[in-house]
Design a protein around this ligand. Structure first.
Ligand code: AHG
Ligand code: MN
Ligand code: MN
Length: 335
C-alpha cells in the first residue's frame, strides 16, 4: 500500500497558524498566495532558456540597473497573486520606484504590506545560475481601509511578521520564518507542491566559507581587508584557509551558508558608499531568517533589524552568517 507521508507547505502553514498573533486565516492565505506565486515563477525560470524571455526588458529600474524580462515577469506574477488574494494593500518592490497600491474589490480590508525582490541575482539569469525571490510581510500601521503610505514601509525589520526566500537552484526551494524558527520546503514538480524537506534549519556557529566580491577589496573597510587576509592564512587549528564562494545571487550564497556555515559580506565600496544591497527587500528579510536560524546580521555598527528605514530603496552594508564568524569580523571592524 502506498503512503503519502510528506507535509506540504499548505498543510504546514495551517498546522503552525496557532503560533501567529495576527488574524490567522488571512495571514495563512497570504502565505499560501506567495507559495503559489513562487511555483509560477519557478515554472517561468525553468523554461526561460526555451522560451524567448531571457535578456533585457529594455527598461531600467530606479537604481539605473537594466531590468531583465524575468524580473518584470516575476514582479507582475507576485502582484497578481497578492491582488487576487486580497490580504495585501500595498507592495514595495525592487522593480518599482514607488509603492504599488493594491486596490481590488477583495482587498478593501487588507491588513498587510509586502516588501519584495521578485528576482534576486538577475545577472545570473542568462547564464543558467541560481537566482531567487525574497519577500517579507508586515502588518500595516495606518488604518485599514485608508490608502497605505510610507509610514507602513518605514517600520524597522524587527516588526516583520514573516520573511522568506525562494531559490531556483538544482531544485526549487521555499524557506521561510514567522519568528518561530526557519523551515525549508522543496518543490516536488511531480505533484506541484512544496514539501517540508528542511525542518527547523539552524546555521552552524562556525563555518569555513566566506562569500565576498573580492573585486572590491581595495575599497573595503580596513577591518574587512584584515578579515579576508586572516581567512586566507593557513592555520591547522582554525581550519584555515577558508574557502571563497561567491555566486552573485545573495539568495544562493545565503542558502549555501545557512546549510554549511559561512559569512556573507557586502560592505560599503567606492562605487556604493552605503553598500549595494537594499534594506527593505533584501537585507531585512534575509536578516530575519538568519537570526531565526541562530545567525547574526549587522551593518558592522548596528543590528540590521533595528534600522528605521527612511527610503524605499535604501541601501546598507551587511555582514551576516555564522555567529562565530560575524563576531570575529566585528572585532576587526571595531579596532
Ligand atoms: P538583484 O539581482 O536583485 O539586483 O540583486 C543582486 C545583488 C545580490 O543578489 C548579490 O549578492 C549582489 O547583488 C552582487 O553584487 P556584485 O556583483 O556587486 O558583487
Ligand atoms: Mn537582489
Ligand atoms: Mn532583483
Amino acid at each position: 500500500m502506498s503512503k503519502f507521508n510528506v507535509t506540504t507547505l499548505g498543510q504546514f502553514i495551517i498546522e503552525r497558524q496557532h503560533e501567529i498573533n495576527v488574524a490567522k486565516g488571512e495571514f495563512s492565505r497570504l502565505l499560501r498566495d506567495i507559495g503559489i506565486a513562487a511555483k509560477t515563477i519557478s515554472r517561468e525560470v525553468n523554461r526561460a532558456g526555451l522560451a524567448d524571455i531571457i535578456g533585457e526588458a529594455g527598461s531600467s529600474n530606479i537604481q539605473g540597473e537594466d531590468q531583465k524580462k524575468l524580473d518584470v515577469i516575476a514582479n507582475d506574477l507576485v502582484i497578481d497573486c497578492l491582488t487576487r488574494g486580497g490580504e495585501v494593500c500595498a507592495v514595495a518592490s525592487e522593480e518599482d520606484d514607488d509603492i504599488i497600491f493594491i486596490d481590488s474589490p477583495v482587498s478593501k480590508n487588507a491588513k498587510y504590506i509586502v516588501c519584495m525582490d521578485p528576482l534576486d541575482g538577475s545577472s545570473n539569469i542568462d547564464v543558467n545560475v541560481s537566482i531567487g525571490t525574497i519577500f517579507s510581510i508586515y502588518q500595516r500601521v495606518t488604518s485599514v481601509g485608508t490608502k497605505a503610505n510610507t509610514e507602513d514601509f518605514y517600520q524597522p525589520g524587527n516588526k516583520m511578521l514573516a520573511a522568506g526566500y525562494v531559490i531556483y537552484g538544482t531544485s526549487t526551494m521555499l524557506v521561510y520564518t514567522t519568528g518561530n524558527g526557519v523551515n525549508g520546503f522543496t518543490l516536488d514538480p511531480g505533484i506541484g507542491e512544496f514539501c517540508l524537506s528542511h525542518p527547523d534549519m539552524k546555521i552552524p556557529e562556525m563555518g569555513k566559507i566566506y562569500s565576498y566580491n573580492e573585486g572590491n577589496i581595495l575599497s573595503a573597510p580596513k577591518g574587512v581587508q584584515e578579515y579576508i587576509t586572516w581567512c586566507q592564512q593557513y592555520d591547522k587549528d582554525t581550519n584555515r584557509p577558508y574557502s571563497a564562494r561567491y555566486i552573485g545571487s545573495m539568495v544562493a550564497d545565503f542558502h549555501r551558508n545557512l546549510l554549511k556555515g559561512g559569512i556573507f559580506i557586502y560592505p560599503a565600496t567606492d562605487k556604493a558608499p552605503n553598500g549595494k544591497l537594499r534594506l527593505l527587500y533584501e537585507c531585512n528579510p534575509m536578516s530575519f531568517i538568519m537570526e531565526q536560524a541562530g545567525g547574526v546580521s549587522t551593518t558592522g555598527k548596528e543590528r540590521i533589524l533595528d534600522i528605521v528605514p527612511n527610503a524605499l530603496h535604501q541601501r546598507v552594508p551587511i555582514y551576516m552568517g555564522s555567529k562565530g564568524m560575524v563576531n570575529q569580523l566585528l572585532e576587526l571592524l571595531d579596532k
